[in-house]
Design a binder for this molecule. Sequence first.
Ligand code: SAH
Length: 217
Amino acid sequence: MERIDSFRHMGMRKRLVQELRIKNITDVRVLNAIGKVPRHLFLESSFIKFAYQDKAFPIGAGQTISQPYTVAIQSQLLEVNEGEKILEVGTGSGYQAAVLLEMGVKLFSIERQGELYQRSTRLLRELGYQGRFFLGDGYEGIPAQAPFDKIIVTAGAPVIPRNLLVQLRIGGIMVIPLGDQKQVLTRIIRIDEDEFEQEQIEECAFVPMLNGIVKDR
Ligand code: SAH
């Protein structure tokens, strides 16, 4: 498949970045990254003309690519610094991963759906993004790579996954949508070995975080 990023796409991204500024995204590192990642390449071709609207879209396997605002607010809440080790749960389309990689982090991303894992890993490689991608259950995290400076969960979790908490370094930040039907975007800071600070940010709607993996057909 030919992957073209044209001046027209770049112009549309500039407008999207302006829209995110108006919606109170202030972290310039986040805005710059969103200005660079060719979001249209992460959508199915039939949705490409909607790529730079601030909306979520289906990506197959019953999943969605998060709305740009959601990607932006989660990234901003993570307070990302270059070189940090970050765990993402729910690779999905790979768009959030690309935004974080554009910010210069060491990214480990885990996806439970084989089909999405295959497709996103291939796309990100083709676009030159150097993350590490895993097919697995995000409830388990990646113990072999822990601790992480930051953890971002991009599916709605009914409860805070214990295994993820212990894989966060002391002083680290986790951003996670908590709840069943609707969620509350929540930021957790690990203050000490057994001490966590929790801050509720705003309501949000994610696809659910599920158990186990689904192999590719
Ligand atoms: N970050 C993605 C958002 C995709 S939607 C993006 O930028 O497009 C959430 C994703 O989380 C889906 O792909 C879903 O399959 C995945 N997911 C749900 N539960 C999971 C789990 N336990 N472990 C890993 N991935 C999970």
